[in-house]
Design a binder for this molecule. Structure first.
Ligand code: AGV
Ligand code: CA
Length: 312
């Protein structure tokens, strides 16, 4: 069994990632931290607890709430989705929540879980890196017990996915939310596999994929996935800045099944000030990263089905 600690920020694909992690046979999930970044904190924490109750096969886990804040909040329309997921009847049949809220904020929970777990822990992070950065500042020795970080964030393309004033369009959202946290984490010696926009672009949400999930809705987890992704805009005729990709699900599935992706070893750095703050770029003297470059599209979507069906 591999120990995995998951930190996410409450978007639809973050919550689907949690569901899938709970199905992975070789994964021992040791903790879950939730940020109110691409979500609001309360419904994101609540939905996470309910997903563990409903799809966690009796896992005994708690969910820690992050206290991280930002100067660059996500658009409110995106953040609202967490309320809808939290309200889905599929998560509310029992009317009570069993999985407890962890007593400490997410960065301290991360430290506790890593330090008290036997053997190494793999981190999967699908939001901004704020909690890990704060954990590293509080207890730098955690790196000795972290074998790898899988992070959804950044891009080495010229174009990002932030469309906000006072930035230049080169930045990915998770990096933009807390650029200094990216710097702090990249300055540590944790091995990092980065899933940036170059690979997530290959897995847009499309009407065909929605239709495929619709035909499999007799499986509760695929019903949940279909309902969740019904809240967000697919790639229909052309891409807009609201078009949804399977950013976090790709990161999560690739952390468990490396055969669905191709990677390239790069060295990179991040800008922390000015209109490009949060921009990640390749540079010869940068820190080593394993960058995901290609996705086996069909194998990836098949893997989602296979995992989801395990929740029956
Ligand atoms: O930049 C991708 C990150 C992922 O972690 N998030 C969404 C995923 O959870 C931010 C984001 C970028 N574009 C978005 C986002 C959109 N159109 N809707 C919602 N979130
Ligand atoms: Ca996310």
């Amino acid at each position: 069994m591999r120990n995995v600690y998951f930190n996410h920020d409450g978007g639809v694909d973050d919550l689907v990632s949690l569901l899938l992690l709970l199905q992975m046979k070789d994964v021992h999930l040791t903790g879950v931290g939730v940020m109110g970044a691409d979500s609001y904190l309360e419904p994101a924490v609540s939905a996470s607890r309910k997903i563990i109750d409903r799809f966690g096969h009796g896992a005994s886990l708690d969910v820690a709430a992050s206290d991280a804040t930002t100067a660059h909040p996500f658009p409110k329309e995106w953040r609202m989705d967490a309320f809808s997921v939290d309200a889905l009847p599929l998560l509310n049949e029992s009317g009570t929540i069993t999985t407890p809220l962890a007593p400490k904020p997410a960065y301290l929970d991360l430290i506790d879980k890593v330090q008290t777990t036997d053997g190494p822990t793999t981190l999967v992070m699908t939001g901004p890196l704020s909690d890990l950065a704060k954990a590293l500042e509080t207890d730098p020795t955690i790196t000795e017990k972290i074998d790898q970080l899988y992070w959804m964030g950044g891009t080495f393309n010229d174009r990002g996915n932030v469309a906000e004033p006072e930035q230049d369009g080169t930045v990915e959202w998770n990096a933009y939310w807390d650029p200094q946290a990216v710097k702090t984490v990249w300055d540590s010696d944790i091995a990092i596999q980065m899933v940036g926009l170059e690979s997530t672009h290959q897995v847009p949400l499309t009407p065909a994929i929605r239709q495929h999930w619709a035909t499999l809705r007799q499986h509760p987890a695929l019903d949940f996935i279909g309902q969740g992704y019904a809240l967000v805009p697919p790639l229909e005729h052309f891409e807009t800045n609201s078009t949804y990709f399977l950013w976090d699900v790709l990161t999560t599935v690739a952390s468990d099944d490396p055969t669905i992706v191709t990677t390239r070893d790069v060295t990179g750095d991040v800008l922390t000030t000015g209109p490009s703050q949060g921009r990640t770029f390749e540079t010869p003297n940068g820190r080593p990263l394993t960058l995901v470059t290609q996705v086996d599209h069909d194998a990836f979507f098949q893997r989602i089905d296979d995992l989801a069906i395990l929740a029956d």
